[in-house]
Design a protein around this ligand. Structure first.
Ligand code: GDP
Ligand code: MG
Length: 175
């Protein structure tokens, strides 16, 4: 099909909506707005000569019902797993999500692009609970990509989605 579906997962407050808004609209807000699941669409280039629709679903994180989460995973082509570098708990919330993605995708998991994202890297070192090396090590265990971002400062947001699309083997996708 011509849709490429990306789901963004992570605990409440890590910056899922901020990263999505920053990427899609180029904006950022300091105000916390709890999300109702929302999908954004953008046209991207596919296999050099054609286009497809990049569909990004900003999930409600752990407030999503388990059955809804599994459905988002079974429909999704690629996944963005976000924690905040200032919150160890937010990193730990990703562990069951990684497990569930592996369960739902089964043996096809090797072909599924996944990016692990440490957001809020603009926060001062005194507030950091997850070192960069820790995120890197986890991404190697989970065989996924890794990047640290700041939705606030627009640091590595475009790069995050570029890296994710570059991991897709079945089509050649470009922003
Ligand atoms: P979500 O619940 O995962 O969708 O998180 P939000 O995108 O709603 O962000 C939660 C809070 O964190 C908001 O107050 C945002 O302004 C703030 N926030 C999001 N991204 C960043 C970031 O990169 N740096 C900092 N310092 N704050 C951020
Ligand atoms: Mg949100």
């Amino acid at each position: 099909g011509s849709d490429y579906r990306v789901a963004v997962f992570g605990a409440g407050g890590v910056g899922k909506s901020s990263l999505t808004q920053r990427f899609v609209k180029g904006t950022f807000s300091d105000n916390y707005v709890p999300t109702i699941e929302d999908t954004y669409r953008q046209v991207i280039s596919c296999n050099q000569k054609s286009v497809c629709t990049l569909q990004i679903t900003d999930t409600t994180g752990s407030h999503q019902f388990p059955a809804m989460q599994r459905l988002s995973v079974s429909k999704g082509h690629a996944f963005v797993l976000v924690y905040a570098v200032t919150s160890r708990a937010s990193f730990e919330e990703l562990i069951p999500i990684v497990k569930m993605i592996h369960e739902v995708k089964g043996s096809g998991i090797d072909d599924v692009p996944v990016m692990l994202v440490g957001n809020k890297n603009d926060e001062p070192p005194s507030k950091r609970q997850i070192p960069t090396s820790f995120g890197e090590k986890a991404s190697k265990e989970w065989k996924c990509g890794f990047i640290e971002t700041s939705a606030k400062n627009n640091d590595n947001v475009q790069e995050l989605f570029q890296k994710l699309l570059a991991m897709e083997k079945k089509r050649q996708l470009q922003l």
